[in-house]
Design a protein around this ligand. Sequence first.
Ligand code: GDP
Ligand code: IMO
Ligand code: MG
Length: 434
Amino acid sequence: MPAVVVVGGQWGDEGKGRIVDLLARKARVVARYSAGNNAGHTIVNERGEFKLHLVPAGIFYPDKTCLIGNGVAVDPAVLLDEIAQLESRGVDAHRLKVSERAQVVMPWHRLIDRLDEELRGAGAIGTTGKGIGPCFTDKVARRGIRIADLLEPEDLAPRLRAVLDYQNRLITGVYGAEPLEFDACLEEHLAHGRRLRPFVADTQAIVIDALRAGDYVLLEGAQGSLLDLDHGTYEYVTSSVPSSTAGGATLGVGIGPTDVQRAVGVFKSYCTRVGNGPFPTELTGDVGDRLRDHGKEFGRGEYGTTTGRPRRIGWLDTVAARYSVRFNGLSALALTRLDVLEGLPSLKLCTAYEIDGQIVSTLPASASALRRAKPVYEELPGWDAPVSGVRAFDDLPPQAQLYVRRVERLLGVPVDLISVGPEREQAIIVNPIF
Ligand code: GDP
Ligand code: IMO
Ligand code: MG
């Protein structure tokens, strides 16, 4: 059986964790393939609410193997803590395996992330501050420490000394901050290596074996396609290499493109963005506040899963979404948080931009052009009846059906799944995804 990729179609937080948790039912293996603990994936199931940063959303099924692929940046302390938290809530995390090729997020990455944002001042990216950008920078610069290195105590010391010497020159020389201490860093990471050893494996071999045995492999994307280094709203993007797009999924677990059968794009029924950068359909008034605070009394408003920052809110931008559909090669859409739109008198869909007097229907490459983009809207009627209890498309209010069909038409890909609440069963399966 082939692999299925689940990818975020917007600027992250589309509900990928929730969709993977639902689709994982049919998979044998669920693997994260990119990013690090800048991701925050919320899963609500019979055990309660969980916020996962590194562990794949398949972990709640006792018969699934969960993998952290070679493409992920792993902060060992965060991973060990996440494993401990899961176990303390009765979830067996021993079916989790971590690639020996995955990069390690080191203390200097977290420090440089913060110092670099300070240095950028008004031009700051608004990163999550988890050290992910600097970690991938070092990966590409061939200065990274990998999980395999943590398991080789003899080799770790000289490697760490050389790398830390370079990083300390950067920290003191460029950023004017205090250097990090070698001994404490070595000791900490030798300890991490000892604790992680039972989880470390050749994860690529596990994926290949599952595919050859005819089992489904679910590849869990992190972040959103519009945060991609190449196709996203550069420079307000994340630095994941491989990318969090569908194309990055094969590299991030070590399979070929012909092993992927389907790419499912997760889109919110509107848009959100955390961090800085252009956002043409952003809503700064009452409607935005209302969408952000929907469910806030239950801790379920639009506030970052990883940082707690309020998310910026906007109408669904189908120009950006269509671009994302195309460069990801999406074959199906999962539309989430449809319930959040209930009660609004009307809804808007952005179908084009006006930039310097010209109507354009593609996402401009330049951040400054995108900043000047004025959205061209199409207005649709809203609906009042709550939809969170609906389980069949035909039972949705006609206005909600119209909204979904219009989105589908504008994006050119079928909406196979509609999520109407954060819980596993709060979904409308329009067409089975696999
Ligand atoms: P991810 O990073 O893409 O996994 O998304 P996050 O977990 O960061 O943010 C999505 C939020 O929306 C979480 O709080 C989910 O529990 C919640 N969520 C997912 N789908 C739905 C839905 O259909 N309706 C509502 N109300 N909440 C949802
Ligand atoms: P999930 O997987 C939303 C954003 C940050 C910032 C930019 C760069 O939960 O959807 P970074 O720390 O990666 O260097 O920050 O990318 N960002 C996310 N936004 N959801 C995420 O992950 C994100 N991961 C990174 O807010 O704008
Ligand atoms: Mg998230």
